[in-house]
Every structure is written in C-alpha cells, then in structure tokens.
Design a protein around this ligand. Structure first.
Ligand code: SF4
Length: 447
C-alpha cells in the first residue's frame, strides 16, 4: 500500500462514530493499512476518497481469475519477493498443452492425463489446473472443435492463437467458461482487447521484451482491460527467470503499474528434452509464474512439480497441522497398539501411511504441539512428559484399549523414563526413529 495510516486518516470523515466497528477513524485507518479492515465498513467515506483510497490500496500485483466455479484459478496478488518475508498466496496453475495439429488419440491421452495426474499428500489434493488449447493448424473449425472438447474436461482454458478470427470463433463456444485469451500482441491488440472486453475474459499480453510489454499493457489498459496476464516472450530458463524477477521487483518495489500482473510461462516451448522442460517448470513455480504451460504431466513430472508448488505455497508461519485426537488406522480394537506422535501434518501422514502399510490396525494418538515435528516440539519444550501425561489422560485412549502400552517415537527415547513417572500405569515403549521401520516394528508388537 502506497499510503500510510496517517495519509488514509486524512481522507476519512473523522467522525469517530465507531459505526465501522472500530472506535476511532485513526484506528480504522491503521487497520486498513494492515489489511484487517475493509473501506466499505465506513458508511461515511466520500465517493472521491473512496476512489483515491481504493486505487492506493489496490494490490501491487492484480488478482486475476481464469475459469469459473470450483476449478477457477486465481493468480497474482502476491505481496513479497521472498516466501520467508511473509507468504506466497496464489499458487501457479499448471496447464497441459493440447494442439489442434495433434491426432485424436494424442489429444485424448492428454485429456486423460489431466484427470489422472492427481495425488493426495499431507491431506491436500494435488492436481493440474488448466488446459492450454493451441492452434497450429490455422484451421478455425479444427480449433473450435478442440476447444469444445477441452470445455468438456471441466478445467479452465487458455486459448492460444494470435489470429483474431479464430479467437472469435473459439470464444463463441467457451466464453462462458472465462478462458484466458492468449494473446494480444503489437499487431492484433485492438481486436483481442475488444474480445476480452465483450466476453469479460482475462487477456494475456505478449511482447518481445519488457519495455515493449509495458508499452503494450498501457495501450490495453487504456481500452479498459483490467485482468491481464503478462508474457515477456522469454523462452529459456535464464531469460525467463530474469524477466520474471524484474517484473516482480518492478511491481512490488517500484509500484510500476504496467507490470503489476501475473505472468504466464511456456516451458513446453523452451526445451525438447522433457527433463529440462520439467526444470523450467520448477523454476517458474519458484520465481514467479502464475500460469505454467507444459507439454504433458506424466506422473514422474507431475508429482515433483506439485510437491514443489505445495512446499513453496505453504505459509511458512503456519505449519500444516492436523487436529489433536485419537486416529484409528484400520479397525483397531482393545488389544491394538497405541502410538504417540505430534500434530505436524507431514509427521501424521507419514506415520499413518506406514501403520497402514503394516496392516496392523492401530491407534495413533496425535498431540497438539502447534504443528511442530517430533524433535522440534521436544526441543521447544512442548512434546515433553509434563505435557504428554495430561494429554494421554484427556484424549480418551484408556477407554479404547485394555492394555497400557504406548509406543513413543524413537527420536525422543530420552523421555521414556520421565514419561513413565508421569504415567505410572503405562509401559512406555520406544518405537523406531524412522517411520519406514514402523511396519516391521508393529509386526513384532504384542499387547
Ligand atoms: S465509521 Fe467511518 S467515521 Fe465512523 S469511526 Fe469508522 S471510519 Fe470513522
């Protein structure tokens, strides 16, 4: 936000009436700066001040939505250069390319890949986000037919042609799905801009370099287009990384409006080598793409890219965690093993996966340690006998099992003696250090 709290305060009505839910206008201004209040909470702001403040408080990188409904992809609205400064908010969409020059079998294979390249990891569903539909045939009928098929997949679309007539025909069968129109260039921007305006769809703008790109964006915005995605034209990792970094810095540090939009990159056009393409896509995930178009998402490529994206876009200040409680794996009974661990998501899902693999029905007691892993929680004084004792009493595990044997993670073997003092009815057993050893450990366990 370009304005300070005091700048905003000067533009507020200064009635201190409290109707916004905050006692004074100054406090309200401070909340606005911190992003903890909305300007429309004040019923007395003048229209003139509203316009000025809305403009000044607009995010430096615009939020752009591609598609409609549950699968709509939101990109942009990032506020920092580095993830550790705060967090990255809107993860980039991975788009699988289909081309009207491909034969039907190939196209069907790609559509199937979109649906099948899905994984669950630490409780989150990881998948592709878009279909990028390109025309290399320059045949409007072929392109439109392919677009119709892509609409049926239910994924948001990127329409790729620089031919205005073909774009018009494609939009006639899919404008209601709000595809990304790719792309307005120096020679077609008048028509592409008109289509984007008419259909209310986001518009990608492409140029050969950043200077030409920002000039073209200014022409497009002058025609009333707001939802823009930038393609700086770079087609190798080095140039793409350079341009994306420049764009992000210009938007955040200089508040340079013509580059304040999300970016689209094309690893599919950078390299024939599929491994290099995957590397280029990975670089796009880290720095700073909004849409990444790849030639395919075979599982070997999809999984690492999804996991990289999940890691980069997880809020570093909020560890992913599961709720405290008792989690049954399989159908455990009163004689089943009881394992104790922490509520860090990765820990829970790794342990439960290994318990499941052992095929020994078990109870996993998950203790809330604010989402920390076992060793970190122990080092932070949270996963310690004084806290574990009360947790075991309140969690209700004593109603589930007849025996009193509890398996603790091998990494905190040192607390077993103290824990037995806290829980004199329980026998504390030290489990393996590595989750991968849980199946063999449980197979030899007896109540
Ligand atoms: S409602 Fe408006 S005028 Fe009243 S205290 Fe809040 S900001 Fe000030």
């Amino acid at each position: 936000m370009a304005l300070t709290g005091l700048d905003i305060y000067k533009k507020l009505p200064q009635k201190n009436c409290g109707e916004c839910g905050i006692p004074t206008c100054l406090a309200f201004a401070m909340k606005l700066v911190a992003g903890q209040a909305q300007l429309d909470a004040c019923p007395y702001v003048s229209e003139e001040a509203k316009t000025e403040l809305t403009e000044a408080s607009a995010p430096p990188i615009r939020l752009v939505t591609i598609g409609v409904g549950d699968k709509a992809l939101k990109i942009g609205e990032e506020a920092v250069l580095f993830r550790h400064e705060k967090t990255f908010y809107h993860q980039p969409g991975l788009a699988v390319l289909v081309d009207d020059g491909m034969d039907k079998a190939k196209i069907d294979e790609k559509f199937a890949q979109l649906k099948n390249s899905q994984f669950e990891r630490v409780g989150q569903f990881l998948r592709a986000d878009l279909v990028a539909v390109k025309s290399s045939s320059n045949d409007s009928t072929k392109f439109t037919e392919l677009v119709k098929g892509a609409v049926e997949t239910g994924f948001p679309l990127v329409l790729i042609t620089d031919n205005p007539e073909m774009m018009k025909a494609a939009l006639s069968v899919c404008a209601q799905t709000k595809p990304l129109i790719y792309a307005a260039n120096e020679s077609n921007f008048e028509q592409m801009t008109a289509f984007a305006k008419e259909s209310n769809c986001p518009l990608a703008v492409v140029a050969k370099d950043l200077s030409m790109l920002s000039d073209l964006v200014e022409k497009v915005t002058a025609k009333g287009i707001k939802d823009i995605v930038l393609d700086p034209g770079s087609r190798n990792i080095r140039d793409s990384l350079r341009d994306a970094t420049f764009i992000r810095r210009a938007a955040l540090k200089k508040k340079y409006k013509p580059l304040g939009y999300p970016i689209i990159t094309f690893p599919c056009e950078m390299y024939d080598d599929p491994y290099m393409e995957a590397v280029a896509a990975g670089v796009g995930i880290m720095k700073y793409a909004g849409v990444i178009v790849v030639s395919d998402l075979e599982p070997w490529k999809a999984f690492p890219l999804y996991v990289l994206r999940q890691n980069i876009y997880t809020d570093p200040q909020k560890p992913m965690q599961v709720d405290e409680g008792i989690y049954p794996v399989g159908e455990p009974d009163e004689n089943s093993p009881v394992l104790l661990t922490t509520n860090f998501s990765l820990t829970y899902f790794t342990v439960s996966g290994e318990v499941e693999a052992s095929k020994i029905p078990s109870w996993i007691c998950i203790m809330d340690v604010e989402g920390l892993s076992v060793l970190t929680a122990w080092a932070a004084g949270k996963f310690i006998p004084e806290n574990i004792g009360p947790f075991m009493k309140r969690c209700g595990i004593t109603d589930k099992v007849k025996h009193r044997k509890m398996v603790i993670p091998g990494y905190v073997a040192q607390i077993s003696g103290e824990l037995e003092e806290e829980l004199p009815d329980w026998e504390i057993q030290v489990g393996p250090r590595e989750a991968g050893d849980i199946p063999s450990y449980l197979k030899n366990w007896s109540a």
